[in-house]
Write a protein that binds this ligand. Structure first.
Ligand code: FAD
Length: 278
């Protein structure tokens, strides 16, 4: 029998008060009924959402739900990051997603980005084993990587620095994920690498975003999506079919878990989840 995969749900911090209310009072209770292991909340490039991420994480955490803030140094110094870690610890947060992050748009090269392995080491140095730490992994390889193997070596470095597991960038090529797992295992990585899954709702936005983050949308999916044009209902239905099949293959083939990039929406994730009979 295939073991039930770990399920987690990712949010971004809403920009408006109405968005925040909806996320806390409607979206979270609805998604929490699906029994995820935890929720996570992203961190704006350069620490631009430091307060809103903290606010959303604290509000969800206060209801007793396990929630993980994403964190990067951004442009902050060690004491600012240490203070944020302490606040999370005081508020009962036990899990973090540790990242290098990207340069905020308009910053040029003005900011020195701190690699995720250094952040993981810093968190362990300052807070010991308090936090369960997740890091990012890239089955289709991070766009700035020198090579396929170096990206795996740097994943290993983050895990060796004390991270407990990794969550991948989203992908639609399931072979890329399983090949990556094999290569990671061959490189001595024995910690779980959970599959990041992005439901397809708005194809144009997804295509634009994917070009920047190095996630490939296979040609056959692009062709099909483009043939639907403005017929959003068909886009939604086809997206649901493709991503359900992707998740089913992952589960059948023993992926340790699935992290849904929910985009703060209930329906796409819940429909996939129900289709899978989880
Ligand atoms: P790193 O692990 O530091 O890697 C970045 C690049 O540098 C890679 O090419 C790697 O091969 C190389 N590298 C790694 N370590 C070293 C080293 N020690 N020396 C030299 N080169 C090195 N972005 C946000 O802004 N906010 C978020 O909340 C957020 N959440 C994410 C969640 C997940 C699950 C994923 C997969 C990505 C997320 N991102 C987020 C995007 C992420 O910040 C970007 O992909 C960023 O460009 C890399 O971050 P990283 O932590 O993977 O960096």
């Amino acid at each position: 029998m295939v073991a039930k995969p770990r399920i987690s749900f990712e949010y971004f911090p809403p920009k408006t008060e109405a968005g925040r209310e909806k996320l806390l009072n409607e979206t979270t209770p609805a998604l929490n009924e699906l029994n995820p292991e935890f929720f996570s909340v992203t961190y704006g490039a350069g620490g631009t959402t430091r307060d809103t991420t903290l606010g959303v994480v604290s509000a969800i955490g206060a209801t007793g739900i396990d929630v993980a803030p994403h964190l990067s140094f951004g442009g902050d110094d060690e004491e600012t990051v240490a203070a944020l870690l302490e606040t999370y610890r005081e508020r009962g947060i036990k899990r973090l997603v540790a990242l290098r992050g990207d340069m905020p748009s308009g910053m040029g090269a003005a900011m020195q980005l701190v690699h995720a392995n250094d952040l993981v080491g810093f968190i362990r140095e300052r807070t010991g084993d308090h936090f369960e730490i997740e890091v990012a992994a890239y089955p289709e390889i991070h766009p700035e990587s020198r090579s396929y193997d170096s990206d795996i070596q740097f994943l290993r470095k983050k895990l060796d620095a004390g991270a407990n597991s990794a969550i991948t960038q989203y992908f639609y090529n399931v072979e890329a994920y399983f090949y990556y797992l094999d290569q990671c295992a061959a490189a001595g990585i024995d910690k779980p690498i959970y599959a990041g899954i992005m439901p397809i709702t708005n194809y144009q936005n997804l295509a634009r975003f994917s070009r920047n983050c190095g996630a490939e949308i296979p040609r056959w999916i692009c062709q099909r999506m483009e043939s639907y044009g403005d017929d959003l209902d068909s886009v939604r239905k086809f997206g649901l079919e493709v991503v359900t099949q992707l998740c089913q293959t992952l589960i059948d083939s023993g992926a340790p878990g699935i992290h849904f990039y929910t985009m703060n929406q209930v329906e796409p994730t819940r429909e996939i989840y129900n289709n899978l009979g989880l």
